[in-house]
Design a protein around this ligand. Structure first.
Ligand SMILES: [Zn+2]
Length: 334
């Protein structure tokens, strides 16, 4: 391999010229590229400006204020596109709704017709609604509350709701008991018809789970939880009171000092033990040594001193025994 050094070498002057030429070419290219960029930017701007300029035509019929605002705030591409009209996207929210199916309980509870005399013996077919003393009203399986009955209800400081008429006597009774070192508390009070329905349905279902037929379950449940419309709790005049130290609703409740005191003293405040142990066949409800009903002091005293239940006392009031005849048994009146 031979060297060709002399041929390849160019004179220094020529080299300089070549360098100059090369530099010139580079500069030209840079200029061209820069020009293209500038033109590109201008074109983009032009297009943008055209877009921007069109919307203001809509505002022409507007007032001067609008025009002033436009002058003050330069129209930028962000503001002009009519964004408020675009958000028509709430469609995906609609298909989210068809979910609340799991709430459908398999409740097939049929409520007992309280007027059916085959369920309970008809012992007190009396409805006393004294307009002078509406708190004496009789509510039991045979005396349903009128549809849409809405008592005058107030809320106590413990959150329980009671009839306005019974609120003060109840508080006084509780205060006096606490003053004696006892601790009675309200555990149940006013119930809406809906709540009563749910309570009854739960009771029926628990009987069915225990092996009762539906028919028997309904009959048994009604002896513990009143049918909707036949519960005194829907009047706001009834409260369940328990001992703070024993809050179970069973027969042992009667052994607490609180219940002993209430059974002896509640009538002074206008309350009666509504479902005594020996009157279930008349009241239609089993013994409840916690359920107190406000009937006013006068009637409460009559119930307490006579040893009769509310149905019996009201029956006597409606059909007072003849003075001459002397001894008319209460059972004859019922
Ligand atoms: Zn009760």
């Amino acid at each position: 391999m031979e060297n060709k050094k002399p041929v390849r070498r160019t004179p220094p002057k020529r080299r300089r010229n070549l360098k100059k030429k090369k530099n010139g070419m580079k500069f030209m290219w840079i200029l061209v590229v820069a020009l293209i960029c500038v033109i590109g930017v201008l074109v983009v701007r032009l297009f943008n400006n055209q877009d921007v300029e069109t919307p203001p035509h809509i505002d022409l019929p507007g007032q001067e204020e609008d025009q002033l605002q436009e002058q003050q705030t330069p129209v930028t591409p962000e503001e002009t596109p009519e964004q408020p009209e675009i958000p028509q996207e709430p469609i995906p929210q609609i298909p989210e709704q068809p979910e609340p199916t799991p709430e459908v309980p398999s409740e097939k509870v049929e409520y007992v017709d309280a007027s059916d005399p085959t369920i309970y013996p008809v012992v007190a077919n009396v409805t006393v609604i004294d307009t002078q003393a509406p708190y004496t009203m009789l509510v039991n399986p045979w005396n349903k509350l009128p549809e849409g009955y809405e008592p005058d209800i107030i809320t106590r400081s413990d959150g329980h709701k009671v009839h306005a008429t019974a609120a003060e006597p109840l508080q006084k009774m509780l205060n006096d008991a606490w003053a004696e070192g006892l601790k009675p508390i309200v555990c149940s009070s006013f119930r809406t018809e809906t709540k009563q329905k749910n309570l009854f349905a739960n009771e029926v279902n628990s009987y069915i789970r225990s092996g009762y037929t539906r028919e028997n379950a309904i009959t048994e449940a009604a002896k513990w939880v009143a049918n909707p419309g036949t519960s005194e709790h829907q009047t706001g005049l009834a409260v369940d009171i328990v001992s703070l130290n024993y809050q179970v609703l069973d027969k042992k409740q009667e052994d607490t000092p609180e219940q002993k005191w209430l059974m002896e003293n509640s009538y002074k405040y206008g309350f009666i033990l509504r479902y005594p142990s020996n009157k279930s066949d008349i009241t239609g409800i089993y013994y409840e040594p916690w359920h107190y009903r406000y009937v006013g002091v006068e009637l409460a005293e009559e119930v307490y001193t006579s040893g009769l239940c509310l149905e019996e006392v009201l029956a006597l009031k409606l059909n007072p025994p003849e003075e001459d005849g002397g001894e008319t048994a209460v059972s004859d009146l019922l």
